[in-house]
Design a protein. Structure first.
Length: 143
């Protein structure tokens, strides 16, 4: 009977590690694939706001270059589905005041191409999307 001896080189250690985990990988591959695809579940979203929001001084101050021909919007990010988050805004659950009071509908044409994404990506994209829309003349509130 041969005694087990630790691998000598780095390459041998890597091969041994792969051999020891091959059985685990084969039996748990479907779970690993599910985790990998479920990793990106954060979304950015845009809600159209009623023009009455323009009566709010804070909103007007945040949008000095607002073009009256463009809509007013709220830009946010969520780990929920966009529809669930919009429903929560409407109910006042963890809602931004402007989205709760003035929210009309989702504007998927402005955000669908970005979703889903990892958390850090969603945080950055929320800001980038808000800045981009504001530069195009939209009235934007970002939460």
């Amino acid at each position: 009977q041969r005694l087990w001896m630790p691998p000598r080189s780095r390459a041998e250690r890597i091969r041994a590690l792969i051999r020891s985990h091959k059985k685990y990988d084969d039996t748990h591959q479907s779970k690993r694939m599910l985790k990998k695809t479920a990793r990106y579940h954060h979304n950015v979203y845009v809600i159209e706001l009623d023009r009455a929001v323009l009566k709010e001084p804070r909103f007007r101050r945040a949008n000095p270059e607002y073009d009256p021909g463009k809509p007013c919007v709220y830009v946010g990010m969520t780990g929920l589905t966009v529809q669930q988050r919009f429903a929560n805004h409407r109910k006042g659950i963890k809602s931004n005041r402007f989205a709760h009071q003035y929210g009309i509908r989702l504007l998927p044409e402005l955000y669908e191409c970005f979703n889903p994404m990892p958390y850090e990506g969603a945080r950055e994209m929320e800001v980038e999307l808000a800045v981009g829309l504001r530069e195009e003349g939209y009235g934007v509130w970002q939460g």
